[in-house]
Design a protein around this ligand. Sequence first.
Ligand SMILES: NC(=O)C1=CN([C@@H]2O[C@H](COP(=O)(O)OP(=O)(O)OC[C@H]3O[C@@H](n4cnc5c(N)ncnc54)[C@H](O)[C@@H]3O)[C@@H](O)[C@H]2O)C=CC1
Ligand SMILES: O=C(O)CCC(=O)C(=O)O
Length: 332
Amino acid sequence: MAEPLRVVVTGAAGQIAYSLLYMVAKGDVFGPEQPIILHLLDIPVMMGVLEGVVMELADCALPFLRGVVPTDDPAVAFKDVSAAFLVGAMPRREGMERKDLLGANVKIFKVQGEALDKYAKKDVKVLVVGNPANTNALICSRYAPSIPRENFTAMTRLDQNRAQAQIAAKVGVPIQQVSNVIIWGNHSSTQFPDAAHASVTVNGQTLSAPEAVKDSAWLDTVFVPTVQKRGAAVIAARKMSSAMSAAKAASDHMRDWFLGTAPGRFVSMGVLSDGSYGAPKDVVFSFPVTTKNGKWEIVQGLTISDSARKSLDVTGKELEEERKEAIAVIEA
Ligand SMILES: NC(=O)C1=CN([C@@H]2O[C@H](COP(=O)(O)OP(=O)(O)OC[C@H]3O[C@@H](n4cnc5c(N)ncnc54)[C@H](O)[C@@H]3O)[C@@H](O)[C@H]2O)C=CC1
Ligand SMILES: O=C(O)CCC(=O)C(=O)O
């Protein structure tokens, strides 16, 4: 029997965590037979609500959930964890852009970077969900110098899942028949959802997504903006931001990182940029990656059209601006 894995979820009393904790505890992420000890961090005023979440986790009667540690103390929350879902942060409301959250949220990620550095395992894998996720991940990595910077990632998997779902619906195939859609850049409305390298299996035959969709105008004028603005559309409809789908995406991201991507498949993750595809260096930029033995690698050699180039530049520039603003907030 494997040793229990300690996993922290921050923002544990919030709406994403409410779905995510169940997915993690029942084995969707680290494998169905991996024992888990969940560390649940939230702020002091939420401890009563968190107590209710702890009761519900017990009442789920999950065989591989071996312990639950609710706390408002980062020293306890991050102690010896191997995986960290950093969800706890303020969500945006209608009319805001995600980068409007920088002032409120970036300091949380400085503090949590410092706590990870002090208390977590040195090979901890960190997924930042709290917005603006890419820049929060960058800041978090900067304050955890004893942990490799490639262990800090940001979530663009929700955008990837949205993109896959749009193409599957358009072609009329089940979602698993669509693969290798890419999200480039920032988890913001400047992101570039790219179907050019994606494949769709239709009646047993694998086609490129543009061939399967047979409607390039739809790809440019409906698909791209729908995915870019999906978070805002959910807020407008629900009056609250995406939660169930965000939790599923966080599970998908961490599962693929820990357990590896299937042969021939890649996924999108916000990772520290090395300048691949002309992206700016030292920002957390979403790239297509494959994962193996707990490490990600950027997929190289994909052709980038002139119009895709422009889109990559726009989202890269936004990330450079966010980095500047985040540093100013922290140093103020
Ligand atoms: N990257 C992505 O694709 C997505 C990101 N998000 C972002 O995830 C974040 C969380 O969203 P929700 O769960 O809906 O929000 P929520 O408001 O329901 O929950 C957030 C929780 O975080 C807690 N919190 C605040 N500061 C904290 C701190 N310093 N330490 C620990 N916990 C803290 C709050 O008390 C609250 O319980 C938001 O920033 C949202 O914009 C949401 C959906 C998708
Ligand atoms: O759009 C938002 O700010 C809410 C959550 C989110 O990031 C998303 O749904 O993509």
